[in-house]
Design a protein around this ligand. Structure first.
Ligand SMILES: *Cc1c(COP(=O)(O)O)cnc(C)c1O
Length: 397
């Protein structure tokens, strides 16, 4: 029996919405404060709207996106409730942001002036948040500008233009809990809060922690934690966190497209970077860097560290370079039928490699692995809670 007539599913990204819900629930419960679920960059590759909805179902009080366009797309898709964004550039459509009932983040007096000019006088004040730079040296007002920023923000409140709903900042080294920058940034943030209060600001939420700080630094939790990667079930600080029970939501799977035999001396893929030293078999996986499989998975590969997939439950290393559309894996002499399931990565419960394993093989972070995956693959949403419904009593919500 060399062929099965059953149709083979094409390569796809499977996203378990139950995992996202459970992770959100867990992050809320362990942090004890409000959860701002970050769904920027298409929900870290999991789907902007679907990720937001699942996070809300898991109890996230806030959804956050980076850009205004992302936030407007969420609203247009029917995501209601509090929705924060923080990466507006000069000339952004602040009136549209106000119409969509967003909480927009401002970094500077000039931006506050632009918001005031764009939104005009409204029956209800619009909602803004202020971001202060406490040491990341990325977005946010530098310390020297805090007094002017807070004074202008307070004046706008008194004029009825806006209400300042948040004062917040972002950590540079939260995934290195012993790094001295964490203490320094938290202290700077406390200084900013104190200065804001002296200017008469009383924000609804103060937030500093990303996923790593939410898990590792209780003193940084304030009123809310701003979690992205942990919502998707991946570890924000491998080697530092203990297992809190997060479940990776994404699985990438493909059908094995071909199996062939190699003789000693046969070399594989562009540049012939790998040569068989014994008879073996290799399998063709129909995914490549055009689908977000990092070419680094092969460039960085040294024997023993190449990225792996699972074919029919067995770990199989990549051989030779990852191409645009395909890569080869070593089947070690086995001949699984074409169409056999290849797990590229997924939750550890599947027994195959994880996004974290790929990150380590590629010299990057799990964030980049899941966020860049896509290309020609379709996303399929499943709900393991529903699948389990018939046999497992649902936990109370
Ligand atoms: C992306 C981002 C987050 C989420 O970070 P994670 O490490 O994924 O939890 C939080 N805040 C800001 C400002 C971000 O840009």
């Amino acid at each position: 029996m060399s062929r099965t007539p059953a149709p083979v599913r094409p390569a796809e990204i499977v996203v378990d919405l139950a995992a996202i819900r459970a992770n959100a629930r867990l992050l809320r419960a362990t942090s004890g404060v409000q959860l701002i679920a970050v769904v920027k960059a298409d929900g870290y590759g999991h789907g902007l709207v679907e990720a937001a909805r699942a996070a809300q179902q898991g109890g996230a009080e806030w959804i956050a996106a980076a850009t205004l366009d992302e936030a407007l797309a969420l609203r247009a898709a029917g995501i209601d409730g509090r929705l924060l964004c923080w990466l507006t550039a000069p000339g952004a459509d602040y009136a549209a942001a106000a119409d969509a009932d967003l909480d927009v983040t401002a970094y500077s007096v000039a931006e506050l002036d632009a918001i005031a000019a764009a939104v005009g006088t409204r029956a209800e004040p619009v909602r803004i948040q202020l971001k202060v730079d406490t040491g990341l040296s990325r977005g946010g007002a530098p310390r020297t500008e805090w007094p002017d920023l807070f004074a202008r923000a307070r004046a706008g409140e008194q004029e009825g233009t806006w209400r300042v709903t948040g004062v917040w900042s972002h950590l540079a080294c939260a995934d290195e809990p012993d790094h001295p920058a964490n203490d320094a940034q938290e202290q700077a943030y406390r200084d900013a809060l104190e200065l804001a209060a002296r200017h008469g600001l009383d924000p609804e939420i103060r937030h500093l922690a990303n996923s790593a700080a939410a898990l590792l630094r209780p003193s940084a939790r304030f009123d809310a934690v701003r979690c992205g990667i942990a919502v998707y079930g991946l570890d924000p600080a491998p080697g530092h966190t203990h297992d809190v029970g997060l479940v990776p939501a994404m699985t990438v799977r493909a059908p094995l497209a071909m199996v062939k035999e190699l003789a000693p001396g046969d070399a594989v893929s562009y540049g012939h970077r790998w040569t068989a030293d014994r008879p073996t078999t290799v399998g063709l996986v129909p995914l490549g860097y055009g689908d977000g499989i990092p070419r680094h998975a092969s460039v960085h590969a040294t024997p023993g560290t190449a990225a792996q997939v699972a074919v029919d439950g067995k770990r199989r290393p990549i051989r030779g370079r990852v191409c645009m559309d395909q890569f080869m894996v070593d089947l070690g002499g086995d001949r699984p039928p074409v169409g056999t399931e290849v797990i590229v990565f997924g939750p550890p419960s599947l027994g195959g490699p994880t996004a974290q394993d790929w990150a380590e093989a590629c010299g990057t972070i799990n964030y980049e692995i899941v966020t860049r995956i896509g290309g020609r693959m379709a996303r399929r949403y499943v709900d393991s809670d529903l699948a389990a419904d018939s046999t497992i009593a649902r936990g109370g919500e």
